[in-house]
Design a protein around this ligand. Sequence first.
Ligand code: FCX
Length: 437
Amino acid sequence: TSSLFEVLKEQVPLRQEAMKKLKAEHGNKVLGEVTVEQCLGGARDVKCMLWETSLLDAEEGIRFRGFTIPELQKKLPTAVEGGEPLPEGLIWLLLTGEIPTKAQADSLTAEFHARSKLPDHVKAVLCDLPKNMHPMTQFSIAIMAMQTDSIFAHKYQEGIHKSTYWHYLYEDMLNVIARIPEIAATIYRNSYFDECLDMHYDSSVDYAANFARLLGYNDPHFDELMRLYLVIHSDHEGGNASAHTTHLVGSTLADPYLSVAAGLNALAGPLHGLANQEVLGWIMDLDEEFKSKGLEVNEETITKFAWDTLNAGKVIPGYGHAVLRKTDPRYSSQREFALKHMPDDRLFKIVETIYQVMPGILTQHGKTKNPYPNVDSHSGVLLHHYGLTQKNYYTVLFGVSRAMGVLSQLFWDRALGLPLERPKSVTSEWIVNHFKK
Ligand code: FCX
């Protein structure tokens, strides 16, 4: 069995060659035009970024290196027979484009366990943070504090040849992924249980199961949820805010710690990853409102509550998407999980009823281009079912997963020698003058 490093070492020169060829053959061809509306409207659909690890189709949803989520569920190695894919297998796939064997996925599990020790000062920083600081703020601070360990940054200061960048990127990437579970779990235990230092690290199990143990959960179904969760949240092509931010910051040769922390800050916005927290809050508020009036949560009451939200000038969290135009397959895979493991859960039933009515409501509202649910619409109720009820923590879980995707691409950014990102901006006056006869 080849190690991940050996596989990548073989691939790097081949892909560098392929990139040169791509530039030579297609470099001067046009990928599309940019309208003024796109310039003013958040660059929707402007094709101007290379992202190798995944590609999003507006109708079909995400493919990771060409594979849909159901395909990953069939093809990637699992911990239990017929169960959810191992995140280690997904990382291998994102990096190499190849489906790993179980032995290869296991080798990555061992690699992560071996690299998992957090620097003492990172733990100390986390233990000192106010417990009411938002978990995403704590997460970003911890990654920044850990930047003292960046091998890329140290080597760069020593002076290294650019052809060797990817070696150090590789080290930082694996170290960050290896250490993130303990950071995330420390935030959880410290914020909600006032326990900071004692963690139950279990190197006899896979990455996701160990993360579950660190969080304080010991339930095989929750382990499976974590595996699925960490796989589906990892990557969503390059233009989403957390991926794009990581890529942009990394393009300055800021090391992976600085780049991932930046990406996490983008993920912490309510229109992006924080929507998962907002969704559970919305469902709880809805439940509270009608329970207190002795009313049932059903299609009618949900419709009323949704219109109240919209009329108050707020968005329905978990619905709509900048690129997708159908139900997010990440939503569907979580729905399947719920149908299999918790079909009678009360909150799941509410989510199902919301799904029945919301597309119609949003279509009638007439603004959103996509009235269907996204990934964040479902994750909260699954976590809640297993006792992870602290909704402000949810985006941290998204971040643990997202780090895997953005770091895999960051590896290739440096291996392929992608340059500093620097698109052109213009003033509104420039636009007006540009179109003057
Ligand atoms: N509820 C109410 N209005 C919505 C809406 C929703 N769920 N989704 C979009 N709209 C509104 C927009 O606010 C915009 O209104 P405006 O014209 O007054 O500015 C109009 O519809 C057109 O927006 P649209 O082009 O469809 O969507 P955008 O690309 O601008 O925005 C997001 C995409 C995801 C930001 C938007 O759909 C939204 O705010 N959704 C709710 C928050 C959410 O769930 N975010 C998570 C997304 C994702 F899965 C993730 O990153 O995690």
